[in-house]
Design a protein around this ligand. Structure first.
Ligand SMILES: [Zn+2]
Length: 285
């Protein structure tokens, strides 16, 4: 039914961007995601079936900052869809207006193994950034579908009001996390720790994307003990055995968290995603 009514077919690299698009697009858009919420977004398998999905897209939404560089560009090229090629209106890099964290101060490229050479691409959880992404999407939808512009603007305003109300609740629930010292598996929690006031003191990966060696882990464990690190955060798709060993030896609690819509069946949209993360934090300390 919706498919018949929808004006635009929006395809996102990760489900959370599709969920934010749905908040502003409502019934005028239908959404589909290339990656699944339980997958590592750096490494989605570029199956030919995904080119077919992109072939019928009016708008492609992606995280940018090289998060999807290993798999998305060949799919976009192979889609034979002129509307979503770089530089076209149907191609939206959602990082455009984000205040990017962890931008390297020295020259870094992928040959050095660091997979965040343009700064940290894991920005979609904090309410402030979700509002920025939604605003960018609403503006682009209005350009692609001028008849729907008023509706997109209304939906955006309603979304922003809901986000502001939820943000107050979440910040109150997470107040006790301020200055709690944490270690994270991948350097992907910077935006969340900045939002909630947690203090990062180390990472299981020596550099983003580089697997740990035993020397790095033993140094990390002693830093955690010295500083009284309370939590070790990891995405649910990383190696849990390494993380649980580190947490156990350092006397910290391992928090295995979702970071995308669809990570579990209950996480249906951006609100339930952030709710799940904040509740897990609050319950852990
Ligand atoms: Zn990353």
């Amino acid at each position: 039914m919706l498919a018949l009514l929808a004006v635009l077919h929006v395809v996102s690299s990760i489900p959370t961007l599709g969920s934010l698009a749905k908040e502003v697009g409502g019934k005028r858009i239908e959404t589909e995601s290339l990656g699944k919420g339980y997958q590592d977004p750096h490494f989605v398998e570029p199956k030919p079936s995904l080119m077919l999905v992109l072939n019928r897209a009016d708008l492609l939404l992606y995280v940018g900052l090289e998060l999807e560089i290993g798999w998305l560009p060949p799919l976009v090229l192979g889609s034979r869809n002129p509307k979503i090629q770089p530089g076209e209106l149907g191609n939206l890099d959602c990082s455009r207006a984000i205040p990017v964290l962890d931008v390297p101060t020295t020259k870094v490229d992928r040959s050095m193994g660091d997979i965040h050479p343009q700064g940290n691409p894991h920005y979609w959880l904090p309410p402030g950034n979700a509002k920025i992404i939604a605003r960018e999407i609403a503006q682009r939808l209005g350009q692609l579908d001028p008849e729907g512009k008023a509706e997109y603007d209304r939906n955006l305003a309603a979304f922003e009001a809901r986000v502001d109300a939820k943000a107050k609740e979440w910040e109150a629930a997470a107040a006790k996390l301020k200055r709690v010292k944490v270690v994270t598996y991948h350097k992907s929690w910077s935006y969340v720790t900045q939002w909630l006031g947690l203090e990062e003191i180390g990472y299981v990966e020596p550099k983003p994307g580089i697997p740990p060696d035993p020397q790095h882990l033993s140094r990390l464990i002693s830093v955690m003990k010295q500083n009284g690190a309370k939590l070790l955060l990891m995405e649910d798709f990383y190696n849990k055995s390494v993380a649980s060993l580190v947490a156990e030896k350092a006397g910290a609690k391992l928090l295995d968290l979702p970071t995308d819509v669809g990570a579990t069946r209950q996480i249906k949209d951006w609100f339930t995603l952030v709710d799940t993360v904040v509740k897990a934090f609050a319950a852990a300390v």
